[in-house]
Design a protein around this ligand. Structure first.
Ligand code: AKB
Length: 313
């Protein structure tokens, strides 16, 4: 039996809500603590209110629960960050440094801190963007994620702290709602489709973005965290590829099951964010280092989303 004790910071968020029960399954309910700044928790298990901008509060939690692994998922995402770039930078980087530093002080054995495809900007190739390329994001969120990756590499090299990271594409799933991201349309669209309503998309119909199904995103996270450290050649964050589609292609895939479904396109400021990101990702390094392979293709995603949301709508 393992003695790992896990803390999930941002457990009320889109990924946290799904990762938390997956970690409970892996390590046992008593060994996984959920934490979030929002005091209401609808999961089952140990929950603590945590403001991760307060290092002492993180330190207290790590000590009280004898935490050995931290998943730090709290962040202001791309669209929300553009509304207030400086405060999003402040929150994203302050919580990052607090988690790295308290993790080091409390000698946690492993940390997971996600990055995003938002690290790429105009100088990176638009398709099949490789693991190592220019990182010149044009969004506040992207800038904070390049800083995140750089600090992760710094703590790995200077303090030998085992911090791991993935550049998540847009994540879509039925289990939780996203908030404040540019890729959120890919979840919102299903809620309209199952209600028999039309969807007004805030991106142009031909905006191709890298995406991943929640089930694959969770599996990628757990697989990376369980990989042997000797196999990990990347000190920053791993490129992970899965799907790549446009709003129009997603609409067509939904129409296979709901033929009357209609989308109209009214692009807003999020179009500029999406346009600064690549269309697809080369994840050959993740494949080689820890055997990453996605399982869900577009049709399987659409079927699974509609099946779950129709049953609950
Ligand atoms: C966002 O749209 O901000 C996120 C991301 C791609 O990091 N989903």
């Amino acid at each position: 039996m393992s003695t790992e004790r896990i803390l999930v910071i941002g457990a009320n968020g889109q990924i946290g809500k799904v990762l938390f029960p997956a970690l409970q399954e892996l390590w046992g309910k008593d060994n996984v603590t959920a934490a979030d700044i929002r005091p209401v928790f609808d999961g089952e298990g140990i929950f603590e209110v945590l403001d991760a901008t307060e290092p002492k509060a993180i330190y207290a939690l790590l000590s009280r629960h004898k935490i050995t692994q931290v998943y730090h998922l709290a962040a202001i995402l791309s669209a929300k960050a553009e509304e207030n770039p400086l405060s999003s930078w402040e929150i994203n980087t302050r919580t990052l440094l607090n988690v790295l530093e308290t993790g080091r002080e409390c000698k946690v054995s492993k940390l997971f801190i996600p990055s995003s495809i938002a690290v790429f900007g105009p100088s990176a190739p638009r398709t099949k963007v490789p693991q190592n390329t220019f990182l010149d994001p044009s969004t506040a969120y992207g800038i904070s994620k390049v800083a995140t990756e750089t600090w992760i590499a710094y703590y790995r090299r200077k303090y030998n702290l085992d911090v791991r990271s993935i550049r998540y594409p847009g994540v879509l799933g039925y289990q939780s709602m996203p908030g404040g991201g540019t890729t959120d349309y890919a979840v919102d669209i299903f809620y309209k489709a199952v209600k028999g309503e039309q969807y007004t998309c805030f991106l142009e119909k031909d905006t191709r973005l890298p995406m991943i199904y929640m089930n694959d995103a969770i599996r990628a996270t757990l697989e990376l965290m369980q990989a042997s450290p000797e196999n990990l050649s990347v000190d920053m964050a791993y490129n992970v590829a899965s799907l790549s589609f446009t709003p129009e292609e997603l609409g067509t895939a939904i129409r296979k099951y709901i033929p009357a479904f209609q989308i109209t396109y009214v692009p807003d400021y999020r179009q500029t964010i999406a346009h600064s990101w690549p269309e697809s990702i080369d994840d050959s390094v993740a494949q080689k280092d820890w055997g990453w392979q996605p399982k869900f293709g577009l049709d399987e995603v659409v079927r699974d989303m509609l099946e779950h949301l129709s049953n609950h709508s």
